[in-house]
Structures are given as C-alpha cells and as structure tokens.
Design a protein around this ligand. Structure first.
Ligand code: C5P
Length: 406
C-alpha cells in the first residue's frame, strides 16, 4: 500500500486549458487508493464537466460556495476539515493571486483558507504570465506560508508560446503529493503504540469493553511509519484494516496488552499509549456460559487491571519519549496535566470526549498536546492530520533531547 492509500485528497481544478489534466490526476490518485473529492471553479466548468469528474472520483463534485443542496450534503467547512491534503491543479495565475491575497470569494479559495491540511498548487499559465513580477511575488508569498508549489514544466504551450508554465504531468504531480506524506522525521526510530479497546471476558460469550474505535492509535501508527519509524502496534479488537509497513500484535484483554507491551516497549524511542484499557476485569472468567437464575441478581467482582503506560514509564529500559492520552469530559487541560505527572509521561494528548465532533468513533479530533512546559492546541482536523502534527511536534522534541544527551 502506498503513501496515498485512504488519504482524503481534494483536487481543486481552476479554469485553464490544462483542466483536463486535473481529471487525469484524479484518476491516478484514485488508482493509488486515495479518496478524492473534486472542487471545480466556475472557469473550470468551461473546460471540463462535473459529470466527468464525478465519474472519475466516484464522489459528487463541489462548485458553489453558496449552494443550499451542496451545503446540506457536505458544507464548505466540513469539506475543508475532511481533507488530509488540498491540491489545486491546474492553478491559474488568477487563483494564485487570490490565494496570495487570502480571498474567500469562491469555494476553491474558501476551502484553501479554511483547511487545516497542507495545500499544494500546480501552476499552469502562459510563460509571460508565469514570468510576470506579480505572479512571482504571489508565489513567493504562498511558499512563505508553507504552500507547496509543484512545477510548472517548461515547453510548448497551448497558445503556441514556448517556455515555463505548462502544468506538470499528472503522474509527476501525484508523486510530489505522495512525498508530502513522507516526512522521514522518525528515520531509524522504533515506536510502540497501543490502540483500541480491551475486552475482558465474563464468560465465553459475554464481556466488558468500551467504545474505542482504535482510529487515533491507527492514525498514529501510520503517521510514524510514514515518517520512517519501525512501528509495532499492539491493538485490541477493532474493525480497522491494519496499516501497511507496521508490525501488528493483536491482543484481547488488558493483561494480554500489558504482557505484549512489556515485551515490546523496552528501549523503544517512542511509546504511545492510545488504547482505552479497561480499568477493571472480572476477577475470573467463567469457563461456561453463566445461566440466568430467575429472580436473582448476579454480582460480578471486578479487579483492577495494571496501568500499562505507568508500568512502562517505570521500566529501567524506559522508552525515551512516553506519550499518553487523556479522554476527559470536564476541566480537560487540568485533568490531563495531572495525569501526565502522575503516570510519569513526557506528553499527554488531551481530548474532550463530551464534544460530539471528537467522541469515540469520529474520524476527526481536536486535541491539546501537553508537555512539561509546553502546550499546543491542534484544532479540529482528521485524525490522520492530528496524528501527523503530533508526530512532527514530538519528533522535534526527540531530536532536541538526543542532541542534549549526546
Ligand atoms: O484511562 P486513563 O485516563 O488513565 O488513560 C490514560 C492513559 O493511560 C492512556 O494513554 C491509556 O492508554 C493509558 N492506560 C494504560 N493502562 C491502563 C489505563 C490507561 O496504559 N490500565
């Protein structure tokens, strides 16, 4: 599976003769497993039809900022948050100028402003327009804001001119986008992650568990693998596909997760406890199905499970960086800070699970990453984007730590 697999990518096509290559880009991204949604500017629709793009992407296309039906399906802010990456291809001189100004006067520019995801532009225009000081200064501004400029190519142009300004070929654009997801920040590092719920047997058919979907832990496993780490994912039962390039250790109960973790975590560079470990388990699991005794209540004694992350933090071969999660419903930051200190962690990721946008099972999250003397708010975005931000922040911390200790 490549780096684009399951990525949410918005391909925004603006109005230029190269718009047809935007369609080819959509096809190539889909082929690599990305989930693609297309925005067509008003100008783009003069060159290519929404129907073509709908057929290629398998999703309805988006065009208007103020379209009641479209907003009822997926509104522009929702669309902006859905994306893991936005690519504007082709990006005309006009779109580049409007992006530089930070305008939000159509769907394309609004989404580019509203998205927390990285934005890339593949310019396409006449060579004279490309060379113009205005265009070059606009591009400089975009680069200064972290927008990736892909291309352009040089050569023969639709207008008969020869020079720079041709849209880069779609396969080259797709490769550049794929590289966006490959940060190498954790090259050579070993990461161990726990994810998902644990399941505590009451008898052979009944159990105690929780609503954890495992999505955040899986997103972190993928982000660490994409950043070059060797990742071991110790996971409770979830209905997610295992991420590629990750060693998956499936477990069921907290005790199994504990044992697997104590085996894998020593001397890891990073340990991330994203699992929702059951605090308690039945004292003993009945070997046969418990029968209902008419008119009688049943008492099940629960005993405490080991705190896995706190155990790992106390190991003599403690991982260099330990990161835990705190799902809280009130006083999120204060409780998370307390938990970080109590468990002996370097960072804690706090999320407010009373918020319907970020509850268990959601594809999105908004969190606070809290360290000893730092706190970063990572606003609502897909769990994949949040995972990449966390990886980027902690990788820099890890690099700084190893510099001071060497
Ligand atoms: O459940 P709690 O709020 O204490 O969870 C905070 C952190 O501790 C999470 O990172 C979770 O994965 C970890 N934890 C654990 N073992 C437990 C309970 C929680 O590793 N038994």
């Amino acid at each position: 599976m490549g780096l684009l697999h399951q990525r949410h990518i918005i391909v925004a096509i603006s109005g230029g003769i190269a718009a047809y290559k935007g369609a080819e880009l959509v096809r190539l991204l889909k082929k690599q497993g990305a989930v693609v949604r297309v925005i067509l500017s008003r100008g783009a629709k003069e060159f290519i039809t929404p129907l073509t793009l709908q057929a290629l992407s398998g999703e309805p296309t988006h065009s208007e900022l103020l379209d009641e039906t479209a907003e009822a399906g997926m509104g522009h802010i929702e669309l902006a948050r859905w994306a893991d990456l936005v690519v504007i291809a082709p990006g005309t001189a006009d779109v580049i100028a409007r992006l530089a100004q930070g305008r939000a006067d159509d769907l394309l520019t609004t989404v580019a402003l509203a998205t927390p995801a990285p934005v890339a532009v593949a310019p396409a225009m006449n060579q004279q327009m490309w060379a113009h000081e205005a265009t070059q200064s606009n591009l400089e501004q975009l680069v200064g804001r972290g927008i990736q400029i892909i291309g352009p190519d040089a050569g023969e142009q639709a207008c008969g001119d020869v020079g720079p300004g041709r849209l880069l070929e779609p396969d080259a654009i797709a490769n550049a986008l794929s590289e966006q997801f490959e940060s190498r920040l954790l090259d050579g590092k070993r990461v161990v992650i726990t994810a998902g719920p644990t399941v505590e047997a009451i008898d052979p058919v009944r159990y105690l568990s929780n609503h954890s979907s495992g999505k955040m832990g899986y997103a972190l496993a993928r982000a660490c693998a994409d950043a070059g780490a060797a990742v071991t994912l110790i996971t409770g039962p979830v209905s997610l596909a295992p991420p590629s390039r990750v060693t998956v250790v499936p477990v069921t109960s907290a005790i199994e997760m504990h044992d697997a973790t104590v085996h894998c975590a020593p001397n890891a560079d990073i340990f991330i406890g994203a699992a929702a470990v059951s605090d308690y388990r039945p004292e003993s699991a009945a070997p046969e199905k418990l029968k209902k005794a008419e008119g009688q209540d049943r008492v099940i004694t629960l005993v405490q499970n080991p705190d896995i992350i706190a155990t790992v933090a106390k190991l003599s071969q403690r991982p260099t960086l330990m990161i835990g999660f705190a799902a809280e419903t009130n006083d999120v930051i204060a409780h998370a800070r307390e938990k970080r200190a109590k468990k002996g962690l370097d960072y804690i990721v706090a999320n407010d699970v009373s918020d319907p946008d970020t509850t268990f099972g959601s594809d999105q999250n908004a969190v606070h990453l809290i360290g000893e003397d730092e706190a970063h708010y990572l606003p609502l975005a897909t769990k994949q984007v949040i995972a990449e931000r966390i990886v980027s922040l902690v990788a820099h911390h890890l690099a700084a730590t190893s510099q001071t200790s060497s």
